[in-house]
Design a protein. Structure first.
Length: 271
């Protein structure tokens, strides 16, 4: 439309109103979806177990085994925290996006006035909340029961948690694109999740692992997230000293976002 046309036929007030309200509507709908996701989460016992109880059970189990070995306890607490970040973002979103896609929920939402952005923001917000709660609980448990102390650098803790959430959330959505159906989702997700936590030093000091295991782990983001969390929670290693770990996480986040957006589909794969 040319400038002359705009002057001759100015936009109606209703059109201007709809344009101005579009962004607030998106935010408001995202907030409503987020609140719904929180309610649905607590009504799903399996989700609550795997997102909250399982990491705490791991922490209690290894804490009991390593009782009195403060060095190993200082390794386990940030390791479990890193695992919790991956579990509540990568694992949860890979499952959820696959389920919603294959059940036709995404397709139905795409055909409604509700913006897809609002829906996805609500789901992502739920994952972020779960992560924040997990890190808080693990930090308190580490301080009260295992003597790890309070975090040495809260800014570094926040930076690495946020970076980890963005990285693993985007990778979870991207990974859902290769899962053909929901029945196969557990096999696909666990084939990535379990080897990653075992080689990345969640349950042991990664420095003691064989060189080829360390080489594989250092190419992945989880060990770098654990290094950053360890610096913030236990060792006091500064954010600047962990800049290389943050860079690896950021690189994986860029890849995750690219493939999450590029391969996203509202349609069921089985069709």
């Amino acid at each position: 439309m040319s400038e002359r046309d705009v002057l001759a036929h100015p936009p109606k007030p209703a059109m201007l109103s709809r344009r101005s309200e579009r962004a607030p509507d998106t935010v408001a709908l995202a907030w409503r979806q987020y609140r719904l996701e929180r309610k649905l989460f607590w009504r799903n016992p399996s989700a609550a177990f795997f997102n909250f109880l399982l990491p705490l059970l791991f922490l209690a189990f290894f804490g009991a085994i390593l009782n009195g070995n403060q060095h190993d306890l200082n390794v386990i607490v940030p390791g479990i925290a890193g695992m919790a970040v991956m579990s509540t973002t990568f694992t949860a979103l890979a499952f959820n996006v696959t389920f919603l896609r294959e059940q036709g929920v995404l397709k139905r939402i795409h055909g409604t006035p509700m913006p897809g952005t609002s829906y996805l923001l609500g789901i992502a917000g739920n994952a972020v909340t779960n992560t924040a709660l997990q890190i808080t609980i693990i930090t308190i448990a580490g301080r009260v029961f295992f003597g790890t102390g309070w975090p040495k650098d809260y800014l570094e803790l926040v930076v690495f948690v946020v970076a980890g959430v963005v990285c693993f959330a985007s990778l979870g959505v991207a990974f859902s694109h290769v899962i053909p159906n929901f029945d196969s989702a557990p096999a696909y997700v666990n084939a990535v999740f379990l080897p990653t936590i075992f080689i990345s030093g969640v349950f042991y000091d990664a420095a003691r692992a064989p060189a080829f295991i360390r080489g594989i782990a250092e190419a992945l983001p989880l060990i770098h997230l654990i290094n950053g969390l360890s610096g913030a929670m236990v060792t006091g290693k500064s954010l600047a000293a962990n800049a290389s770990s943050l860079g690896v996480i950021a690189a994986w986040a860029v890849l995750g976002i690219f493939f999450a957006v590029r391969g996203f589909s509202w349609e069921q794969r089985r069709q």
